[in-house]
Design a protein around this ligand. Structure first.
Ligand code: FAD
Length: 274
């Protein structure tokens, strides 16, 4: 079985904490190489992310990696967070620019993820394995696909060790991106991010925001099933497992699942792969 990692968002309420614990108990038997915890836009989960990371490490014994975004933050705030993560034994980070929440005007001291990677390396040396984001279908704010590719390469050269992609449902986009990156002489692992599907309208909304394309045939089928129908989930798991199978056969080094703190949609895909 291919190596796996799982992404969670940090719970803010007791109910969300119990939900995450239940999800982790169900996913843990799959022995993920690591799990990661997102960071709210503009620092909106400033304390929740470290708390969740600490819980996943201490309570569940998992290698937990915080996401860290520079949007809206100062160098001093980022340094403080890095110290906290080092102190609780984290050795892996996902370094991102992040997005500004609507209504928030302040950009922060660092503009791009490449500057954040450079800053982390200067402040902490080789303490952390640094993951960065990659966009096989191009980041939605990029001037064009080639500029985005160049910016990705700059970010890697600033000191990233590996990358996790935005989700996509077109395996060819991933293979073409990896080929283009390799032609630039960059050899780091690029791990596909997989988004299982359990709700079409939510997926459509997310995808419009982050620039992920839902292939027409998948969109049409999901639409026909309607939200929350068991038949939608069966079809969606088959379709996502099909993408994963192609990725594995084509040499993807690992799969990173965006779990949205739910076990079932991820497990349904993985059952079809085993
Ligand atoms: P960057 O690599 O800085 O790129 C952002 C844009 O700027 C791109 O269009 C790029 O082409 C352009 N760019 C880069 N450098 C330059 C330059 N020198 N000049 C001009 N343009 C440039 N968001 C969160 O808020 N919290 C999270 O926890 C989170 N986790 C994520 C995990 C993964 C695996 C992925 C794929 C995304 C995640 N995101 C998260 C979303 C991410 O923060 C957004 O996609 C954000 O808009 C870009 O972040 P980045 O790190 O890719 O930015």
């Amino acid at each position: 079985m291919t190596s796996l990692s799982f992404e969670f968002f940090p719970p803010k309420t007791d109910e969300q904490r119990s939900q995450l614990d239940r999800t982790v108990e169900k996913l843990k038997p799959l022995s993920p190489r690591f799990v990661s915890v997102t960071f709210g836009a503009g620092g909106s989960t400033l304390s929740y992310t470290p708390d969740a990371v600490q819980g996943l490490k201490q309570q569940h014994g998992l290698d937990a990696a915080p996401h860290l975004s520079c949007m809206g933050g100062t160098r001093a705030e980022i340094r403080e967070l890095l110290e906290r993560y080092r102190a609780i034994g984290c050795r892996r980070l996902v370094a991102l620019r992040g997005d500004l929440p609507s209504g928030m005007a302040r950009h922060g001291d660092l503009r791009y993820a490449s500057e954040l990677v450079e800053f982390i390396r200067a402040a902490t040396g080789d303490t952390f394995h640094i993951e960065v984001a990659a966009y096989p279908e191009t980041h939605p704010q990029a001037d064009d696909a080639l500029a985005d590719l160049r910016h990705f390469c700059t970010k890697v050269r600033a000191g990233a060790d590996s990358a996790i992609t935005q989700y996509f449902y077109n395996a060819d986009a991933y293979f073409a991106f990896v080929d283009a990156v390799r032609r630039e002489g960059i050899e780091i692992p690029i791990v596909p991010g997989i988004m299982p599907i359990s709700n079409y309208s939510q997926l459509k909304r997310f995808s419009e925001m982050c620039g992920a394309e839902i292939p027409r045939w998948i969109g049409k089928r999901l639409q026909a099933h309607g939200d929350d129908a068991a038949s939608l989930r069966e079809f969606a798991a088959d379709a996502v497992a099909g993408v994963c199978r192609r990725l594995i056969e084509g040499g993807a080094p690992e799969l990173h699942f965006y779990t949205l703190n739910l076990a079932k949609p991820t497990l349904s895909v993985l059952e079809r792969l085993s």
